[in-house]
Ligand binder design. Sequence first.
Ligand code: OXD
Length: 312
Amino acid sequence: MAGAIAYISRDTDGVAWRKQLEAGLGQIDYRTIADGLGNTDEIEVALAWKPKPGLLATFKNMKMIVSLGMGVDHLLADDKLPEGVPITRIMDDGLVGQMSEYAIYWALRHHRDIDKYAASQRAKAWKPEEFVDSIHRRIGVMGLGTIGQDTAKKFAALGFPAAGWSRTAKTIAGIETFHGADGFRKFLARTDILVDVLPLTRDTKGLLNAQAFATLPKGAYFINMARGGHVVDADLLTALDSGHLSGAALDVFNTEPLPADHPYWTHPKVHVTPHIAGATNPRTASSSVIENIKRLRAGQPLINRVDPKTGY
Ligand code: OXD
């Protein structure tokens, strides 16, 4: 039999992944941390989410690491990651759709003043608010990979002027694009609702600092469904408290779970969700993993490979 497939995550018991992989690959030697990994020299493929640093390096014959998230910072943070073992990540249309839904939900809730109406309802006040036309509410999506493009296009389809910013130049029909450091300032200055879907890399850590928030127009709203590490929390809180930003919907944090005493929990302008914007679902995510395991075993080039240098 081919080498073992190890499920290295403590988020679930791994049973759903086993079911999907067996459906696509037939009988497999499947192991999980919870049930014991057995002789780890037999592990050929590791399906990993936030593995304990150093663990993957102990699998001597591993031939592929699969990130169980679209983000791979949880793997690249391990400085003992075995060199030369290809890293691939899941590409999951289901997850992409969930992410854009998350951004659209919070953007529309802000755009249509739903929180103000909820407060009016509590006060039994019949109080129509001034409103902004969607053609004047500028959406800016940071990160123009698969998720960012899907999100920006859906906002454009709803009639919002949608722009995107990426490290390198991109052309996307119907989306105004910006890139690089100079482009970042211009992008922020025209953005009323900022949606973050960037990967976390050395270059993007702390990118959303006091200067970035100050560059957004007054009253801008911030949606983070990427990584908490992009944000300097003290600077975001200052921008909210000063009234420069009107609010934020945060799904990801510098420390997860968000500590009980963190000011975000009770901040009147912040909505907190527990890293659920896009959940990996084996039903939709497994096909690209199965395809890659087949390719690996047939000696064919892998798909969805990650470049450890760029971090995505
Ligand atoms: C991911 C995530 O990277 O869920 O897919 O954060």
